[in-house]
Design a protein around this ligand. Structure first.
Ligand code: PMV
Length: 318
């Protein structure tokens, strides 16, 4: 049996994070410059049913059965088996290769869940529909982040821009205009679960104030959704910067993130904001294509650990 391989992209939240946990809309884009690739090699001559798992990024090289039942990798494989009513995987080696930095807001956990779900199902000869892959990845996200909104697994499972609102059907967005985004890594690991907990505590102690922030952030996502169709990048940029200000007010920014946002804007970005859980991780800046290189080098000189240039292109017309 040949090796089976499945890939899944990373993602960036363009706007709406945190408020999306409270039912407001948010927009996320798949980022294929970073990826997870999952390879499964059959071991037809093995004497036992051993399933070996190798994940270089996490230094994992072990038997699947030795992982805790709640380990995301074990849980993902078992969820696929349950979904397909199959009781075990034949002997094999599961390799996970990811270029997505961990705890950086680029969707590493959801990307692994999606790539591993697809590879496992394909290995068993029963490819799963996106909706099922997404359902499994959402359950795995709960192991990582306790109360995820579901945006990360959705944008990664469908590998398309999404306008996402909890408990409503996922809306896939067709972007008609190219955009250049700089994704600047602050080099500080942010814990999404901790950031979400912090916001929840603050919301509980000042519900009216925080609901006001969430509604404002949701309003920005609605406006950006419309502007993505007209391609008004300057206005989108301004709204991204306003979104950053609101994230700062709810307490999930850091001086290092504010600094990168300022540098991007002073260097000519249309707008910039932290992206994802915050308290570390990445800043996303929407930039004019001709000044992207200059803004990128300013960000690197100002403390960004890495800066990815993501070119978002409209789908090719047939
Ligand atoms: O840190 P990330 O990129 O996984 O994004 C988290 C986004 C939040 O809105 C803060 C949480 C969520 O589950 O939507």
């Amino acid at each position: 049996m040949p090796a089976i391989s499945s890939s899944a992209p990373g993602k960036i939240i363009l706007c709406g994070e945190h408020a999306v946990v409270y039912g407001q809309p948010a927009i996320a884009l798949p980022i294929s410059d970073v990826q997870t690739r999952c390879v499964i090699l059959a071991k037809p001559n093995a004497i036992t049913r051993q399933v070996l798992v190798k994940d270089h990024a996490f230094g994992l090289d072990t038997d699947l059965s030795s992982l805790k039942p709640e380990h995301p990798i074990r849980k993902t494989i078992e969820s696929v088996l349950t979904e397909l009513s199959i009781d075990h995987l034949p002997a094999c080696e599961v390799q996970i290769h990811s270029t997505i930095p961990h705890s950086g807001g680029l969707g590493s956990s959801a990307s692994i869940a999606v790539a591993l779900t697809r590879a496992t199902a394909n290995f068993l000869g029963h490819p799963l529909e996106d909706i099922i892959v997404n359902k499994i990845a959402f359950e795995i996200e709960k192991l990582h982040h306790r109360t995820p909104s579901g945006i990360d697994n959705s944008v990664i499972a469908y590998a398309k821009p999404v306008f996402y609102m909890k408990d409503t059907p996922i809306e896939l967005l067709k972007l008609d205009h190219p955009m250049v985004l700089l994704i600047a890594d602050s080099g500080i690991k942010g814990s999404t679960a901790k950031a979400v907990d912090l916001v929840r505590k603050r919301w509980k102690s000042s519900p009216i104030e925080f609901e006001g922030y969430f509604v404002e952030i949701g309003g920005i996502a609605l406006k950006i959704k419309r502007l993505l169709q007209t391609g008004d990048l300057e206005e989108i940029g301004e709204l991204l910067t306003n979104n950053h200000q609101l994230l700062k007010e709810i307490g999930v920014s850091l001086p290092e993130l504010d600094h990168l946002v300022d540098v991007a804007i002073r260097s000519g970005a249309y707008g910039a904001k932290l992206s994802g859980g915050g308290m570390g991780g990445n800043v996303v800046a929407l930039v004019p294509p001709d000044t992207a290189a200059q803004i990128r080098s300013n960000l690197l000189r100002s403390g960004a650990a890495h800066v990815l240039v993501a070119r978002i292109s409209p789908p090719a017309r047939r």
